[in-house]
Design a protein around this ligand. Structure first.
Ligand SMILES: Cc1cc2nc3c(=O)[nH]c(=O)nc-3n(C[C@H](O)[C@H](O)[C@H](O)COP(=O)(O)O)c2cc1C
Length: 417
């Protein structure tokens, strides 16, 4: 019976354990979690979502308050088009988080950054360019392009000296998306180094419509693996979304995948960024407590716990401080939904917005409890404490369980005294 440890993910001559911990914004895939993955010989991700906010929290920068001060007079206005990011500050926050993480890296594994195209930041091309190049300049091992088709993202890095040496990967949910990416980037003469194929059971935003349940990861992976073979393209495929046991992972590795990308099981680890109290909500969830909805202003469906405070909340948009989802014209679907509710209830002290959420503020405050489909199985991966709470795991325990388990077994952690 094979185990994940019988396989290796190969990037040229370099080999790593074929377990990638996926990017989870905002700072859920923390520096500590990524460092553990690298120490254990796999691949970890940090996320570049809302980095100026994240660096303020960890490294005492003042990017958010500086921006808020600069645009103070706009706070009550509905038009947010003038609220721009200072590109140098965006670059600085990226370089800071990436370099601090890379300096602390130990072990044979690698650390990548997850970069979401949908964080359009009121200047999509310019802000994406500084985020991508900032990460390369600060020495990241690789960049995973997510939440969007990224048809122009390689070109944004083309002039960077590390464009051909860093590992660059894309996340797709269909063969068509992959083919489109390849076609649009043909003249750069630079293929992706890996392709994450993310199915409909993943956490965060989904690359499907609300008919996500009709799709199946095995089918999409098989199509992409067959296509690569037919085209004689030697690019590792990484299966993601619903890989819950080591044996699930082995199935994909035996299908020809180079690795798996996993996330949900690590949301139960002490290294992940979710506050301990909220982790208990993840453990407690049953299948019917999880939904895929359309409240993200990005326009993509998103999976989350139904009882999270982000759903139905009506806070005033806080784009002067954040504004990561403002499109190229300074619009965000939440602002429209919020203004509509204010107009409908002019005397209300508290507004409730049901169809959209202020994702920046909610993610920053850990009030949008996004999760993978199998979150309801987390309770089976640990012990229940005497007070009814669940024992938090270590990332090392979860990683080793993926790496060495067989027969779909899940090893429970040692009982804490
Ligand atoms: C809490 C959480 C947050 C996530 N956030 C992001 C994100 O910001 N960007 C992204 O590309 N994927 C995100 N994902 C998807 C993961 O990186 C990963 O591909 C996927 O969840 C793997 O499936 P699994 O959770 O079933 O193991 C998130 C997943 C979870 C569970």
């Amino acid at each position: 019976m094979k185990r994940v440890d019988d396989f290796r993910l190969r990037f040229g001559k370099r080999e790593v354990v074929p377990i990638i911990i996926g990017g989870m914004g905002v700072d859920i895939s923390s520096r500590e979690l990524a460092l553990e993955a690298a120490r254990l010989g796999g691949v970890g991700h940090i996320s570049d979502a809302m980095l100026p906010t994240v660096t303020d929290r960890h490294y005492k920068t003042k990017f958010v308050s500086d921006k808020q001060k600069q645009y103070k007079l706009n706070i009550k206005k509905t038009d947010k088009s003038i609220v721009k990011f200072d590109l140098e500050q965006v670059a600085e926050s990226t370089r800071l988080h990436v370099s601090k993480t890379m300096e602390a890296k130990r072990g044979e594994g690698m650390i990548f950054v997850n970069c979401m195209e949908k964080l359009t930041m009121n200047a999509p091309r310019e802000t994406l360019r500084v985020r991508l190049c900032g990460a390369l300049d600060a020495g990241i091992d690789g960049i995973t392009l997510s939440a969007g088709l990224h048809l122009g993202s390689f070109a944004l890095m083309e002039d960077n000296p590390r464009f051909r040496d860093a590992k660059l990967g894309i996340i797709v949910s269909s063969l068509r998306a992959f083919q489109l990416f390849i076609r649009k980037n043909a003249k750069l003469n630079r293929l992706p180094d890996y392709i994450v194929v993310e199915g409909p059971l993943a956490g965060g935003h989904l690359g499907f419509g609300m008919d996500w349940a009709k799709y199946d990861l095995h089918t999409i992976v098989a199509e992409i693996v067959a296509h690569l073979k037919a085209e004689q393209l030697d690019i590792p495929v990484v299966a993601a979304g619903g890989v819950f046991t080591g044996s699930d992972a082995v199935e994909f590795l035996e299908m020809g995948c180079g690795a798996v990308q996993v996330a949900t099981r690590f949301t139960a680890s002490k290294e992940c960024g979710i506050p301990a109290k909220i982790q208990q909500e993840y453990f407690k969830a049953d299948e019917h407590d999880i939904e895929v909805n359309m409240i993200s202003p990005t326009g993509y469906p998103m999976r989350m716990l139904k009882n999270c405070p982000a759903i139905g909340d009506g806070i005033r948009p806080n784009c002067e401080a954040y504004g990561y989802l403002l499109d190229a014209n300074g619009h965000c679907a939440y602002i429209d939904a919020y203004n509509r509710e204010v107009a409908l209830h002019p005397d209300a002290k508290k507004i409730s917005v049901k169809d959209k959420t202020c994702l920046c503020t909610q993610m920053r405050n850990f009030d949008c409890w996004t999760c993978g489909h199998y979150t309801y199985r987390l309770k089976d991966t640990t012990h229940r404490n005497a007070d009814g709470s669940y024992q938090i795991l270590t990332a090392e325990h979860v990683f080793h369980d993926y790496q060495f388990s067989t027969d779909h077994k899940i090893a429970l952690p040692s009982l804490l005294p």
